[in-house]
Design a protein around this ligand. Sequence first.
Ligand code: HPA
Ligand code: MG
Length: 221
Amino acid sequence: MTSPQSFIKISDDDQGYSLDQFCIPKHYENDLSHVLIPEGLIHDRTERLARDIISDFGTDAIVGLCVLKGGYKFFTDLCNKMQLLNRNSDQSVPMSVDFIRIKSYVNEKSSGDIEVIGCDNLDGLKGKNVLIVEDIIDTGKTMQHLLELLKKVEPKSIKVASLLVKRTPLSVGYKPDYIGFEVPDVFLVGYALDFNEYFRDLGHICVINKNGKTKYSVTEK
Ligand code: HPA
Ligand code: MG
C-alpha cells in the first residue's frame, strides 16, 4: 500500500463552509448547520484513493462490493475513477461489481441490530479479491459483522475502502484499509448518507441541525 491508512483529517473545531456559499436544495435549507465536505473535494480525494487501490492490486482482478444504500455514490465514483485509470495506463485491473444491503441506523443511533436485508448469494465471492466499499465507519460494528459474514465464503482477500471514518469514543477500534476523510463525532448527511432515508439527494456532506433531526425523526420501535 502506498501510504497505509493515510487520510484527510477534519478537526473537531472545523466549521466547514456556510450554506450560502454553496448550492443546497431548497427543501433542506433549514435543516443543515454547515457544509463539512464539498462534493468536489470528495471527487478529488476519491481519485487518489482509486489510484492507490489500482496500484496496490497490480493486475489482480477485484470484485467491488458496494454496501447499500449509503455506499452507492462513493462506490459509483470510485469505480468510475478506477475505470478511467484502467483505460489510460499500461497495466489494468479487471473489475466486477456486487451489492449488499445493510441497515442498522434509526434516527442518529445505531439500532444495535445489524440487518443484512438484501444480497445475492455471497458464495460467488469465494476465491476472489473483494474490495468492500462503504460510506462511513462509525462504531465499526457493522463492518466487523460484515467481515465475519464474508470470511465464511472464503474470498482470496478482503480489503475495505470507506469514504469516512468517524472519531467516536464508541469505536471498536476497527480501521479500514483505505480512508477518504476522518471526521468529528457529529451526524453527517449528504452524498448518499441519510437520516431516516432523507438527505441522500444532497451532494455535499453536511452536518444536520436540530431542526432537521426533529423534522425527519421517526418513532423508535
Ligand atoms: N450519518 C449517516 N449515517 C451514518 C452516520 C452518519 O453520521 N454514522 C453512521 N451511519
Ligand atoms: Mg453505511
